[in-house]
Design a protein around this ligand. Structure first.
Ligand code: AMP
Length: 424
């Protein structure tokens, strides 16, 4: 079905064509007509399905068909700054042939330019909850004119503890409005919120509940914790990977791994909540433009990152919440692309892996470890009783294949002994 059959205005169809979109994704094909018809929508769709256009396009259409005053007529609430910025960027692209005024507000940056932008007039406002309430408290934004309200990545909102903030925002909105709720996963809390927020919603689900994108090739390597970074460096170098998003559980872990990979000759940056907004944007830009090979990110920082056709996602540590696995691997095999998601699983993570497999309703295939070199920690050389440890001695490097530091070799043989011949 072409975009033109969805009932979109010519200005929007044109903008979409300019983006190179030929046909609507399933979520777009189903949600756009429902939103145009004025219905509330509950959509189960993960990132990468084209969900942003699924709500932005019909809302832009509605806004262009009615005249507005000074205050926002549509509000999109997102859990993270990055997602807010990306939704606004998409809205600007899709709305380029319309006169819709789009504003974005989030924390971590100066509030004054945001106040100025709102004062200048705004039709579609994209916001994170904290900054929005801050602005409302300062009377810098008036939400009484909102006719269309979108809660994007609602599950993540709840995970991040935003339920109270969401309730506060809802109180600032008029009763008569259209509500759209997007969530990659459904918990009882999400269903609860949907029941309270939505009126007779059209339910749109594009993938089976909690299913991961079929196109993602998911692999598991069983590897002791202390060998993970060596295996990862090996996979990146040996596979000639040029763009890989790596997930760690903590900010500290992200920094450390980024340093270790950089030390192994792999251009790496870290992105997490302790970094300034500018540092995050720079890291993301360098990653998108191929200046860095690996981007190490924590869960929250990576949410909503739109990196087109990301070929590799690595779970350096498995997430504590199985649903987060679905979010993480949603970074690869995005609309139309294919991708691989690799999980490095240490013995103490076996339980987390089981939880994920239970959620997916299938087991993940375990790949035998390749031969890889373990470089002893540099500081171990100063310790006592540690095996003779040498600092990495990089050989002269060829541009395509950085030299491997000397060290012990681990491979399939050793791995099978440790884990047994089949999965534990
Ligand atoms: P989203 O799920 O909204 O984050 O979108 C994921 C990616 O798919 C973005 O890079 C969009 O630009 C792209 N995209 C959205 N809709 C389409 C479409 N109909 N055809 C091709 N790409 C699309």
């Amino acid at each position: 079905m072409p975009f033109t059959e969805l009932g979109l205005a010519p200005e929007l169809s044109r903008a979409v064509a300019e983006q190179g979109y030929e046909t609507p994704t399933p979520i777009q094909a189903r949600a756009i007509p429902a939103v145009i018809a004025g219905r509330d929508v509950l959509a189960g769709a993960q990132t990468g399905t084209g969900k942003t256009a699924a709500f932005v396009l019909p809302i832009l259409q509605a806004l262009s068909q009615s005249s507005g005053g000074h205050t926002p007529r549509a509000l999109v609430l997102t859990p993270t700054r990055e997602l807010a910025a990306q939704v606004a960027e998409s809205a600007r692209k899709y709305g380029r042939h319309l006169r819709t005024r789009i504003c974005v507000v989030f924390g971590g940056v100066s509030i004054n330019p945001q106040i100025d932008a709102l004062e200048a007039g705004c039709d579609l406002l994209v916001a994170t909850p904290g900054r929005l309430l801050d602005l409302a408290g300062q009377r810098a934004v008036d939400l009484r004119g909102v006719r269309h309200f979108v809660l994007d990545e609602a599950d993540r909102m709840l995970d991040m503890g935003f339920i109270h903030a969401i309730r506060q925002v809802l109180k600032l909105l008029p009763d008569r409005r259209q509500n759209l709720m997007f969530s990659a996963t459904y918990s009882d809390d999400i269903r609860d919120l949907a029941t309270r927020m939505l009126r007779d919603p059209v339910t749109v689900e594009v993938a089976p509940r909690n299913a991961t994108a079929d196109r993602v090739d998911q692999q598991v390597y069983r590897v002791p914790k202390e060998h993970k970074r060596h295996l990862l460096a090996h996979l990146i170098r040996d596979g000639g990977w040029h763009q890989v998003l790596v997930f760690t559980r903590t900010k500290h872990g992200a920094n450390r791994l980024a340093e270790q990979l950089a030390g192994a000759g792999i251009a790496t940056a870290a992105i997490h909540g302790n970094k300034s907004q500018n540092a995050r944007v720079r890291a993301l830009t360098e990653f998108k433009t191929g200046k860095t090979t690996a981007l190490v990110a924590t869960e929250v920082a990576a949410r909503g990152l739109d990196i087109k056709e990301l070929p590799f996602v690595v779970n350096y540590e498995l997430p504590n919440v199985p649903e987060d696995y679905v979010h993480r691997i949603g970074r690869t095999a995005r609309a139309g692309g294919a991708g691989r998601a690799i999980s490095l699983v240490a013995p103490d993570e076996a339980g987390l892996l089981k939880d994920i497999e239970r959620l997916l309703r299938r087991s993940l295939s375990v790949t035998a470890n390749p031969e890889f070199v373990v470089v002893p920690e540099q500081r171990a050389a100063h310790g006592s009783g540690a095996p003779a440890a040498r600092a990495p001695q990089p050989k002269p490097q060829s541009p395509r294949h950085p030299a491997r530091p000397s060290g012990r070799s681990f491979g399939a043989q050793r791995d099978r002994r440790r884990w047994g011949s089949s999965r534990g």
